[in-house]
Design a protein around this ligand. Structure first.
Ligand code: 9MR
Ligand code: ZN
Length: 568
């Protein structure tokens, strides 16, 4: 028996505030003083396809007064506590960005920024270039990718991509200082943090524009602190996946840091151009497979078309900004789009959604009507497909049973990004609409926003496991991420702000395979166990994807606030 809620909270202004209960009947909402502030009935029973149970939806959307609450039913069952308030996601949002600081490699984490989670500088030795004997590479820096100490180009580029677009679209959600070493330098801390990764990525580029796929040991380290991991690190062979993602990310960052640090932006622009030349010289895919015997992350892929599409889109926009020739980039975009590639995903396997973000949020509309229309059409078709999907389960999730894969929580939040992009397009188009069209667009945005909200409700506890999938946020936040520093640091609580990979219908680790019976419905395939790397690891890009979505949600709350301030 359970009453599943978003354990962080609900935005006061939101019309829908939803929970899911396992029993029918009457429910009450009680405030911190124990007073009943709302009474209502659970909705009709729903046989839920994602968790296999019969459950009941609850909506207490009419309650707006700020405070701490819990839900209770007639048989005395109680939910976890949660807040209702203005900008309720500020804490979790900032913690999810700050978490990246704890992944910094090649520097000491000092107490004044890291609290108890300090450690000495790690992975300081020169790396070797795989297959080139003793040839060395100085490539200190960057973020550890996940629970392991590897650093990989494609997931790094995706993480920076999520964060830079979130910042571009919702800058008001990134105003707070995060207590990182650069805080207070008048640059948004999200840009400070991303720069730590970008500086490392620049070191991974060869003189010919090729980019090493990854920098890792031969085998994953045991569960030791990073400064105790003294294995040799190797720069693995160049892949066109890494080159194209690098090119895209550098071109995007060159635009974003232009007004922050001109010299840094210029370095990234030069690097992007060099990698673009490499791509032109190597039109055939150069994919990546781990050399025999190496078990660190592969981040393999069967095509590089989406990576090249993202690179072309970002190079196009950078060229437009600089007033340079754009024909080559336009031709590349057209050619890849003509294959019918899906442009609605934002993960490391398919990065084509970033091309959509680039083209559709470009105020210059550089790509022209025809190309924009291809992206736009796909974005709205996908947004409507996801919205329809969300009506078919009691959690309002834009998920199907088969979507619960390794790192399913990023599927959840990436779908939030797609819907947020659809909202952004409508927002910019609304000024040219007739009154009726505008009314319809507003209703459509409201529908998409509800689904986005449901994705975050799920992440923060409104799910069958009852866990909040973000450490430190919620009465029942998961506590045992598969994360080497957390396992080795001797501190009970993990640092706050890490998003778990989440339920995985096809768990791959030994413990999960042993403990989760075959045929278990996918949303239930989760254990809060450190050993379970296929269920409970954290990664930089699962966090960054969630950050995009909380940035979106916060921007709405903050916009309401600024309206009020100006008396409108
Ligand atoms: O998410 C990846 C999953 O799809 C793969 O099957 C798995 C095995 O290669 O790797 C996962 O990615 C991990 C990466 O290899 C290393 N860093 C942590 C990643 C998340 O678990
Ligand atoms: Zn390190």
């Amino acid at each position: 028996m359970a009453i599943m809620v978003n354990q962080v909270g609900y935005e006061a202004e939101d019309a829908g505030k939803r929970a899911v209960a396992s029993a029918p009947g009457g429910y009450v909402l009680k405030n911190a003083a124990g007073e009943t502030v709302w009474r209502g009935e659970a909705g009709d029973a729903v046989r839920d396809p994602l968790c296999g149970e019969t459950l009941y939806p609850l909506d207490f959307g009419s309650v707006c007064a700020a405070g701490k609450y819990r839900l209770e039913n007639e048989s005395g069952e109680r939910s976890d506590t949660f807040a209702i308030g203005r900008d309720v996601f500020s804490g979790v949002h900032n913690a999810m960005v700050k978490a990246l600081y704890f992944q910094r490699c090649g520097c000491a984490l000092e107490e004044k920024y890291a609290g108890p989670y300090t450690h000495a500088a790690c992975h300081m030795a020169e790396s070797r270039i795989y297959g080139e004997g003793d040839r060395g590479l100085e490539a200190r820096g960057g973020w550890h990718d996940a629970g392991d100490y590897g650093r990989y180009i494609t997931p790094g580029a995706v993480t920076v991509g999520h964060l830079l677009y979130a910042y571009k679209l919702y800058p008001q959600s990134f105003r707070e200082l995060l207590h990182i070493p650069e805080s207070g330098n008048k640059v948004a801390d999200v840009l400070n943090e991303c720069r730590y990764e970008l500086e490392w990525m620049l070191k991974m580029q060869r003189e010919d524009g090729g980019v090493y796929h990854k920098l890792t040991a031969w085998q994953h380290a045991p569960f030791v602190m990073p400064e105790e991991d003294r294995d040799d690190f190797y720069a693995y062979p160049v892949s066109s996946l890494a080159v194209a993602d690098f090119c895209a990310c550098m071109a995007l960052a060159a635009r974003m840091y232009d007004s922050v640090d001109r010299m840094f932006a210029w370095r990234m622009e030069a690097a992007a151009k060099l990698s673009w030349q490499w791509l032109e010289k190597h039109p055939e895919p150069v994919l990546f497979v781990n050399p025999e015997g190496s078990n660190t992350g592969e981040y393999g892929d069967s095509t590089d078309a989406d990576e090249r599409l993202w690179a072309a889109a970002e190079m196009l926009l950078l060229a437009a900004r600089r007033g340079e020739d754009r024909s080559g980039y336009m031709a590349a975009l057209q050619k890849i789009l003509a294959t019918g590639l899906a442009v609605t995903d934002f993960g490391w396997t398919n990065v084509a959604g970033f091309a959509a973000l680039a083209v559709l949020t470009d105020f210059r509309q550089t790509a022209g009507k025809e190309i924009r229309e291809i992206f736009r059409g796909q974005v709205f078709r996908e947004a409507d497909r996801l919205t329809d999907m969300s009506t078919r389960n009691v959690f309002g999730m834009a998920m199907k049973a088969e979507d619960f894969c390794w790192g399913s929580n990023m599927v959840v939040t990436n779908r939030g990004i797609l819907l947020a992009l659809a909202c952004e397009i409508l927002r910019t188009e609304i000024k040219d609409m007739s009154r009726d069209q505008a009314r319809e667009a507003v209703a459509r945005m409201a529908r998409y926003q509800e689904v986005i909200q449901a994705q975050i409700d799920y992440l923060l506890g409104k799910n069958i496991t009852g866990y909040s999938f973000v450490t430190g946020y919620g009465d029942h936040a998961y506590r045992h991420p598969h994360l080497r520093t957390t396992a080795a640091d001797g501190i009970d609580e993990p640092m706050a702000g890490w998003v778990s990979g989440g339920p995985n219908g096809k768990p791959g680790d030994e413990l999960a395979v042993r403990e989760i019976p075959a045929g278990t419905p996918p949303m239930k395939c989760y254990l809060d166990r450190e050993e379970c790397y296929s269920l409970n690891e954290m990664t930089i890009y699962w966090n960054s994807s969630a950050v995009f979505v909380t940035a979106f949600l916060r921007s709405r709350a903050l916009a309401v606030e600024s309206h009020r301030d100006s008396g409108i």
